[in-house]
Ligand binder design. Sequence first.
Ligand SMILES: NC(=O)c1ccc[n+]([C@@H]2O[C@H](COP(=O)([O-])OP(=O)(O)OC[C@H]3O[C@@H](n4cnc5c(N)ncnc54)[C@H](OP(=O)(O)O)[C@@H]3O)[C@@H](O)[C@H]2O)c1
Length: 235
Amino acid sequence: MTSLEGKVALVTGASRGIGSAVAHALAAQGARLGLASRSGDDLGIDGAVAQPCDVRRPDELESLARATAERHGGIDVLVANAGVGAYGPFLELPPEHLEEMIDVNVKGTLYAVRATLPYLLESDEADIVTLASEAGRRGLPLEAVYCASKFAQVGFTRALDHELREHGIRCTNVCPGGVATDFAMGRGRTPDMPALNGMMTSQDVAEVVTFVLTRPRSHRILETALRPMTEESWG
Ligand SMILES: NC(=O)c1ccc[n+]([C@@H]2O[C@H](COP(=O)([O-])OP(=O)(O)OC[C@H]3O[C@@H](n4cnc5c(N)ncnc54)[C@H](OP(=O)(O)O)[C@@H]3O)[C@@H](O)[C@H]2O)c1
């Protein structure tokens, strides 16, 4: 196991849900943080660099990456977590939801890597963890556009591994099934839906991200898939 003590991690989508849990978990391990979300919440984490940052805006990501590296002396870890979802029959999906899923989930991930990679390349022990989804591993009903966006993230991160391994940068897709957060709320999920009760917690996912990041540098985890016991495997 390697230590996260003193490492610098930039987490996107950090203001709540999985991103918030990951940020707190990494801070508890001694990491110093840069936090990206539109609300710019610093989560009360000591020393964290937080400023409003929409991942659809490369300039805002570059500004946050610069501020994080200046405050903490570099960036070692990117957790590309920011994401949105909307479920329903493809033709009934409002065009703005389609655009947002592609812009935030796909372009937001590409922009986050572009903004941080120059710093990761300067690190001796760097990691990129993409919060993808089970929807990035198989087609799921009523999730056509969300699946498209998550397959794109998975393909991007898997392909990056080829060019970044020789630079000592590990690239991992973390692919959860259902996690009880605000995700897709009012856009296919409702607060009273029974399935929420059986879903994983954000902390469950944060523990997996921490596990990935603390593996010995002799190896890397390319993908993890985790599902609540209440969900089928679907093959
Ligand atoms: N929940 C699940 O069942 C589940 C399962 C598998 C994978 N995932 C993935 O896990 C990731 C996190 O999901 P979650 O469940 O934690 O969702 P969530 O509770 O809705 O949180 C989403 C986070 O993303 C941020 N965000 C949204 N749009 C953004 C933008 N344009 N720029 C910057 N930040 C933005 C939000 O902050 P602001 O609103 O403050 O910007 C918030 O911090 C997503 O990529 C999602 O696809 C979720």
